[in-house]
Design a protein around this ligand. Structure first.
Ligand code: C5P
Length: 226
């Protein structure tokens, strides 16, 4: 596989014009851009085409969760759009994951395990009695066994996933903050932490999009991940 830059930039902006401006602006350092459901619903397939025409790849973060045939069909359609990677909820179960993974050709499939917005109490309320990290690892393992290429997980969970799922399983980590940002958020980590935890890719949005000097932040993250 081509060696891609490890920094993925989340295009969490309201319009396709803005998204394309960011792709052009960061093109020297970034190969893969993340498009989420809001922007995708607004722009449809045309933004994906525009990003690809600029020679860049799209990580389509739709976090699919439905019956197996529906998720498999969506996976196929994402493939026809030339999407590089697509997310689905591993908690959709083994058959849902396997049917999506069997689609050929298809984008890389990255599983979402436990949303970082859920704590132990929230998990119990949806019937999960595992602690969050145990649940993350169990769902990552299920994903790997059913043919996923990797998972999206916090840096704090990356090491445990690596241990259970091995070197060749891709680990993608959001929740990255630069140490100079300060802040007291839990479950955030620096790019250096992500690299040390064995992350293959980091996904960064606001620390770049809201920076006074976005190019400097991108260079700083890229250096930390090199
Ligand atoms: O926080 P930031 O703007 O860098 O987030 C970039 C992307 O990472 C978001 O689009 C979101 O999907 C994801 N994210 C996450 N968990 C967090 C923070 C962000 O999955 N705790």
């Amino acid at each position: 596989m081509k060696q891609y830059q490890r920094l993925i930039v989340a295009l969490d902006v309201p319009t396709d014009e803005e998204a394309v401006r960011w792709v052009e602006r960061l093109s020297a350092w970034v190969d893969i851009f993340k498009v989420g459901p809001g922007l995708f619903l607004k722009t449809g397939a045309s933004l994906i085409e525009s990003i690809r025409e600029l020679g860049k790849q799209v990580f389509l973060d739709l976090k699919l969760h439905d019956i197996p045939s529906v998720v498999a069909e969506a996976t196929w359609q994402a493939g026809t759009l030339g999407v590089f990677s697509l997310t689905l909820h591993t908690s959709g179960g083994p058959e849902m994951v396997r049917k999506a993974a069997e689609v050929n050709p298809r984008p890389k499939l990255w599983g979402v395990t436990v949303l970082t917005s859920l704590n132990e109490g929230d998990l119990r309320r949806v019937g999960v009695n595992n602690a969050p990290e145990a649940q993350v690892v169990a769902l990552a393992q299920l994903g790997r066994e059913q043919g996923l290429d990797g998972v999206v997980a916090s840096v704090q969970e990356a090491k445990a996933i690596r241990q259970v799922c091995g070197r060749r399983f891709t680990v993608v980590t959001p929740g990255i903050r630069l140490s100079e940002d300060g802040g007291e958020q839990k479950r955030v980590a620096s790019p250096e932490d992500a690299r040390a935890a064995g992350a293959d890719f980091v996904v960064v949005g606001r620390p770049i999009l809201e920076a006074r000097d976005p190019e400097a932040v991108v260079r700083r993250i890229t250096r930390a991940l090199a």
